[in-house]
Write a new protein. Structure first.
Length: 374
């Protein structure tokens, strides 16, 4: 019985997009074959997790799954798209009943070249890597064209002959007489599985499948400025095509790990910085962390806690051009919890000279400010 995708990710059926994404990340980190102890079991579960996320993270695919279950998911990962009939389109359903008129077109689709499946690989990077760009080596397993038989599935030097059951058409037809007239039902040939040809001696390397599973290593260049959820397409690095079809593509999905200091908002980078009361009152220069080193920020005298300073051009770079975001520095005045005797004396003296007086605008000043704002 197919596993329920919601159970695979451990989320409720009404879970929102962020909940599904968070659950997927946690499970992907836990069951990734590169870090799991039991790699065989982890690889199987990792594939289930990816399949579940591929469906539930897409609104249309999720709607089809909620309505039709796994029957609405069949063939969804390929180019055919989703539908209640899985990988079969309405044309194929039509062919089952009226194959005499459409058999040629259906046969061409079955026996012609077939594109290989796309693959997905998840990579987590730091915010510093996203800022500067980096290169990561990834290792994954995929189906490659068998070099021994060159993908035809036959032992070198042996013949591939037309199927004697379907005559090379790949389909079997059955004519039935009904009160409504003659109906032709066609099904995939059970002997050649729709290929229309028989491999007399299967290739010893791939066992007649034309493809073998191989380990592949790639250097993936991650450009500066990528954001959480960005996707890098590597053309032709997916599964090998069938019967001479083109190879699928590899999609590298990026997730940016949370940073202990910085937060990102588009191209802007945000940071909270504590300052002392004298710094806030007197102003002056302070050193602030930035993703590309340190920067000097000049505080204006009388800076209030929660004030925000914008430093132009010290944020994230744009993937699409030379533009750069800003760094937004929010300062927070820190009140000391322990002070020395001398510090207390100075503060008391400051308070006695009027330092504990809080400046507040009069009612008429606030009215004037309101009219100026309009």
């Amino acid at each position: 019985m197919p596993t329920d995708f919601y159970n695979v990710l451990g989320v409720a059926r009404d879970a929102d997009e962020s909940t599904i994404k968070r659950a997927y990340r946690q499970l992907a980190r836990k069951y990734h074959p590169d870090v799991a102890a039991d790699k065989a079991a982890a690889e199987t579960h990792f594939k289930e997790i990816n399949e579940a996320y591929e469906v539930l993270s897409d609104a249309q695919k999720r709607a089809n799954y909620d309505r039709f279950g796994h029957a609405g998911v069949n063939g969804a990962v390929g180019e055919g798209g989703f539908g209640p009939f899985g990988g079969e389109g309405f044309g194929d359903i039509f062919d089952m009943f009226f194959g005499a008129a459409r058999g040629g077109a259906a046969q061409q689709r079955r026996n012609g070249p077939s594109r290989g499946s796309d693959l997905r690989y998840d990579v987590e990077i730091s915010l510093e890597d996203a800022f500067a760009g980096t290169t990561r080596e990834i290792n994954f397993r995929h189906l490659a064209t068998c070099t021994a038989c060159r993908g035809n599935g036959a032992e070198p030097g042996t013949l591939i002959v037309p199927c004697d059951r379907c005559g090379g058409s790949g389909i079997q037809r059955q004519v039935r007489q009904t009160p409504l007239g003659q109906f032709v039902t066609q099904t995939t040939c059970s002997k050649c599985s729709g290929d229309g040809q028989i491999v007399q001696t299967p290739c010893a390397v791939c066992r007649g499948r034309g493809r073998v599973e191989q380990e592949k290593a790639l250097q993936v260049r991650i450009p500066a400025g990528v954001d959480d959820g960005s996707r890098i397409k590597i053309t032709g690095s997916g599964e090998a095509g069938i019967r001479g079809g083109p190879d699928g593509d590899l999609y590298v999905y990026l997730s940016v790990a949370p940073h202990r200091v910085f937060r990102r908002d588009g191209l802007d980078v945000l940071i909270d910085v504590p300052i002392s009361f004298p710094q806030a009152a007197l102003g002056g220069d302070i050193s602030v962390h930035a993703l590309d080193g340190e920067l000097v920020l000049t505080l204006t005298p009388g800076t209030q806690s929660g004030s925000q300073y914008r430093v132009r051009g010290r944020g994230m770079p744009s993937v699409r051009g030379a533009a750069k975001g800003d760094q937004l520095v929010t300062v927070h005045v820190v009140v000391p919890t322990k002070i020395s005797k001398r510090e207390r004396e100075l503060l008391e003296e400051y308070a006695q000279t009027g330092g504990d007086h809080i400046e507040e605008k009069s009612f008429f000043d606030r009215v004037k400010d309101a009219f100026r704002a309009e």
